[in-house]
Design a protein. Structure first.
Length: 102
């Protein structure tokens, strides 16, 4: 099963027995930022620092983040790349779009 980036971050944080606040302190971010990453609302701005804090290869985080963008459809790619949309908004737009083209 492929995990989203947020699921990977949360799973690893819990394995390390860290709170969101503790992980945030390790990477210089707030508990709110960590919560947003875990809920796939926003992407972390410094994947290397986060990978170090989670003791994961940087590539694991990058691949989990990139999985959201792997599509051949240019409209779906545009939705995933729209920086001002939350993850829930992106998913809703994809559902509407896929319903229209099917």
């Amino acid at each position: 099963m492929t995990r989203t980036l947020g699921e990977l971050i949360r799973h690893r944080r819990l394995e390390l027995r860290l709170t969101q606040e503790q992980l945030g302190r390790h990477v210089g971010k707030s508990q709110v930022a960590v919560s947003e990453w875990e809920r796939n609302v926003v992407l972390p701005s410094d994947m290397r620092r986060l990978a170090d804090a989670l003791d994961l290869p940087h590539e694991d985080l990058v691949m989990a983040a990139a999985a959201n963008f792997m599509t051949e459809d240019p409209f779906e790619q545009a939705i995933w790349q729209a920086e001002r949309l939350t993850m829930k908004q992106r998913e809703a737009l994809l559902i509407i779009y896929q319903g229209m083209v099917s």
